[in-house]
Design a protein around this ligand. Structure first.
Ligand code: BG6
Length: 474
């Protein structure tokens, strides 16, 4: 890839910021049925919209109407890139229509045009926890291979609509949390495939099928993107967590390797040109059957990724014999005594970023972009209206330092850093606004008060300076 400057910027996702959930022909998306939760109380996944409940995706931070103002603020910070996602249900409201909703397509064309006007490179994710509900109810979500065709049809619409405007595409966000061998919470399988873990009949079989079909959809989308425009660069984003051993007991070290690796089989499939043999054998041993089509092998061979997107927030401690911890938090289990945690229990581990960058790069030798990293924290607006978020500055600074070491000292090919939620938005796991990531504050509170005005936090100027000081790491 020809790149002269490092892609500093941020990442946002449609369902967490756009709002306008039922406007301009948008259909019902899976996250439109999920209420606000808290750290202690899980979000409720509903069958219908219930009166009196708060569904944060319905209003988001109103990016749908305020994107020009928000993009101008990103430009003021000096952003070189912004990762956005397209909400599938804006383009194909039910998912299986013959033609797209023109107003949905026009919205994303307008957002991309606005980014380009400010010389901000758009990086477009095609699936970030956004799927038309109709595809779940009518077809059984990704358990049904027909959904792969609907997804490819939607991708084709967007590749054509944004041809020549968007160079970097992402097929999926964090499908790696689907692992048939791991017990999952309802929200995790739901955000990825619109299905609650507790509702699944044959859990392992269903998750294996979903995961295989999504992986296949990704490699097919990569090939399609290249067919439509050979200059397209296509990646997939994974949320990766190094699981450290409790100590140097060889068994614990082995557990840590296995636990870290368990979310890598889809990356292997997307980078190595075939669905990994070890996973197929594991399935076979467990009586899990995949319907592998005659053309699938060729699709894996043809649809290898151009780059890998890395979402990194935290490390964890691998399970060990005698471990009686319940996996209650996202990065559950034992807390690492060497690390501090965020208010939401996520261990803060900048070195883990360098570790996982090395791990990824040495395994696949593909360019990496950090597609998410950031600190969810409670911000206080001072009497003078300022927000002194030194904790956020410290978090990002320390992670950027480790990223720089990975690039400069370990020779990892990393071409960008996109901080998660550069503007406050709805938390994916809890649905809260209180869990803020942004350099830009949004006046929206969990009791639904606030006038949505935007405010620069202290970290805004800090990130602006960082970007101006480090145009490249070469
Ligand atoms: C990532 C997701 O896993 O984590 C984002 O891609 C999400 O959508 C981010 O927002 C942070 O999680 P949360 O729950 O703090 O919003």
């Amino acid at each position: 890839m020809e790149r002269n400057e490092f892609l500093w910027g941020g990442s946002i996702a449609a369902h967490q910021c756009e709002g306008a959930w039922d406007q301009d022909g948008k259909g019902l998306g899976i996250m439109d049925l999920v209420t606000k939760g808290t750290y202690e109380t899980p979000r409720e996944i509903c069958q219908t919209i219930k009166p009196g409940k708060d569904y944060p995706s319905h209003t988001g931070i109103d990016f749908y109407h305020r994107y020009k103002e928000d993009i101008a603020l990103f430009a003021e910070m000096g952003f070189k890139a912004l990762r956005i996602s397209i909400d599938w249900s804006r383009i194909y409201p039910k998912g299986d229509e013959a033609s797209p909703n023109p107003l949905g397509v026009q919205f994303y064309q307008a957002v991309v045009a606005e980014l380009l006007k400010h010389n901000i490179e758009p990086i477009v994710t095609l699936y970030h926890f956004e799927m038309p509900v109709h595809l779940v109810r009518e077809y059984g979500s990704w358990t049904n291979p027909k959904v792969i065709d609907f997804y490819l049809n939607y991708c084709k619409t967007m590749f054509e609509a944004l041809k020549g405007q968007v160079r970097y595409w992402v097929t999926f966000n964090e499908m790696n949390h689907i692992d048939p061998q791991t017990e999952a919470s309802d929200i995790f399988t739901y955000i990825i495939a619109g299905l609650k873990y507790s509702d699944l009949q044959d859990k392992k079989q269903t998750l294996a099928t979903i995961s295989y079909n999504m992986t296949l959809a990704s490699v097919k989308a990569v090939a399609l993107a290249r067919e439509i425009d050979p200059s397209n660069q296509v990646g997939c984003v994974f949320g990766l967590t190094p699981a450290y051993p409790l100590n140097c007991d060889p068994q614990n070290v082995l557990n840590s390797l296995k636990e870290t690796d368990r979310e890598f089989y889809q990356i292997d499939a997307m980078c190595m040109g075939k669905f990994p043999e070890y996973k197929l054998r594991e399935y076979q041993a467990q009586g899990i059957k995949l319907e592998i089509g005659a053309e699938d092998a060729a699709a894996f061979e043809k649809g290898k990724l151009d780059f890998i997107g890395l979402n990194y927030y935290s490390s964890s401690v691998a399970r060990y014999e005698g471990d009686d911890q319940e996996e209650e938090t996202l990065f559950g289990g034992t807390q690492n005594p060497y690390l501090e945690q965020s208010k939401w229990g996520w261990a803060i581990d900048p070195t883990g970023l360098r570790y996982i960058m090395n791990y990824l790069y040495r395994r696949y030798a593909l360019p990496i972009i950090i597609t998410e990293n950031g600190l969810g924290a409670v911000d206080q607006v001072e009497a003078d209206g300022t927000i002194q978020d030194d904790y956020r500055i410290e978090y990002v600074q320390k992670h950027v330092e480790q990223m720089e070491k990975a690039i400069v000292e370990d020779y990892v090919d990393c071409f960008g850093y996109l901080m998660w939620g550069p503007i406050d938005l709805v938390s994916a796991t809890t649905g809260e606004m209180k869990k803020r990531y942004g350099f830009i504050y949004v006046d929206k509170q969990d009791d639904q008060t606030g006038d949505l005005t935007r405010k620069r936090k202290k970290s805004f100027t800090w990130y602006q300076e960082l970007i101006s000081q480090k145009p490249t790491f070469k």
